[in-house]
Ligand binder design. Structure first.
Ligand code: ADP
Ligand code: MG
Length: 240
């Protein structure tokens, strides 16, 4: 579905992603993990062209991503981030409906889709549809952010530390919801985190980045039981 071939990204002459080769299969849940500054967000943003890569090739559904119009690419890839970015003067319904509105879906279809997504994310439509973001808890805002990313039924869901700012209980609940969405819809998901437990519990495949390079990728079990370097062993073995 998404294929990186020897991809590099430079900022001010310095490579922050180096020679990255990766495949993300249709329906696979990939977690990019690594310490702060390891290049996770940059890697994710290269997929939907929020950041343009400098070297190598990235393909989506078999075509180089430059072949798609940026707006078409982004419609096919939902994007949810930690700092949510909900529009403060729009209701929950209007926020979730952002992309369907742009696509000029009929009103009734938008309304049905919003209802469906709110149910999927366990937000009671009767209670929350007309609320504004400031009338929601952090966890509820994150749910709206994920619902918005799913609104146009994108083939790919990209998430950058989507639960980063939440308390452990809410975080656990939302992790379960994302796992359930993955099972229900078999959507290709790429999630960035620095949380080891989150990576181990959600991923089909984990990619460990350090200093812009892939150190190891594999299933959670492989990462734990067959670390290729002491760095990998220490990373997954550390207690925090
Ligand atoms: P992570 O998400 O793993 O914390 P990032 O991909 O955000 O890492 O950043 C990787 C490196 O690239 C960091 O050193 C960061 O400072 C640098 N970087 C990211 N975005 C930019 C930018 N727009 N301009 C310059 N440097 C950047
Ligand atoms: Mg980041």
């Amino acid at each position: 579905m998404i294929h990186f071939k020897q991809v590099s990204k430079l900022f001010a002459g310095k490579a922050v992603v180096r020679d990255l080769t990766l495949e993300m299969a249709q329906g696979e849940f990939t977690v990019l993990i690594g310490t702060s500054g390891s290049g996770k967000s940059t890697t994710l943003k290269m997929i939907n062209r929020l950041v343009e890569h400098d070297q190598g090739e990235i393909t989506f559904a078999g075509e180089p991503i430059e072949k798609f119009r940026v707006q078409d690419l982004r419609r096919r890839m939902g994007y949810a981030i930690q700092s949510i970015g909900l529009f403060p003067h729009w209701t929950v319904e209007e926020n979730i409906a952002t992309v369907p509105q742009l696509l000029k879906w009929p009103k009734a279809k938008i309304r049905d889709r919003v209802t469906e997504l709110m149910a999927l994310l366990h937000l009671d439509p009767a209670q929350f549809r007309q609320r504004y973001p400031h009338q929601l808890s952090g966890g509820q805002q994150q749910r709206v952010g994920v619902a918005r990313a799913l609104a146009s039924d994108p083939e790919v869901l990209l998430m950058d530390e989507p639960f980063g700012a939440l308390d452990p209980v809410t975080r656990g609940t939302l992790q379960q919801e994302v796992a359930r969405i993955h099972q229900l819809t078999n959507r290709t998901i790429v999630l960035v985190t620095h949380d080891i437990d989150e990576a181990l519990s959600l991923a089909d495949r984990i990619v460990l980045l350090n200093d812009g390079q892939v150190i190891q990728h594999g299933t959670p079990l492989e990462m734990l039981t067959k670390p290729v370097t002491p760095f990998v062993r220490d990373f997954f073995g550390r207690s925090d």
